[in-house]
Design a protein around this ligand. Structure first.
Ligand SMILES: [Zn+2]
Length: 97
């Protein structure tokens, strides 16, 4: 059975308007309202990811993910790559045949 995709109108209705309007400055910057930063648990120096769809710009907090499986559980960096706890375990137990 094919999964049903919600209509564009339904998606828009399910989004919450904050009613907040901000102006973009000459360098393309805007200030995220404190209320939204709190809701997204965003602090100074946190990264955000941008998503674009049908004239909507969405952003979410960037969470580092494992290079191998995409998990965000117990991430550490090794040689500039993110590796989760589970994949570290798999690599540690890896045996060449
Ligand atoms: Zn992993």
């Amino acid at each position: 059975m094919r999964p049903t995709v919600p209509s564009k109108r339904k998606v828009i209705r399910s989004m919450n308007s904050t009613g907040i309007v901000r102006k973009i400055d000459e360098l393309g910057r805007i200030v995220l309202p404190q209320e939204l930063r709190t809701k997204l648990d965003l602090g100074a120096k946190d990264g955000v990811e941008f998503y674009w769809h049908d004239n909507f710009l969405m952003l979410k907090k960037h969470e580092p993910a494992c290079t191998f499986c995409g998990s965000a559980d117990g991430i550490i960096q090794y040689e500039g790559k993110n590796i989760c706890k589970a994949c570290r375990g798999k690599i540690a137990n890896f045996k060449e045949e």
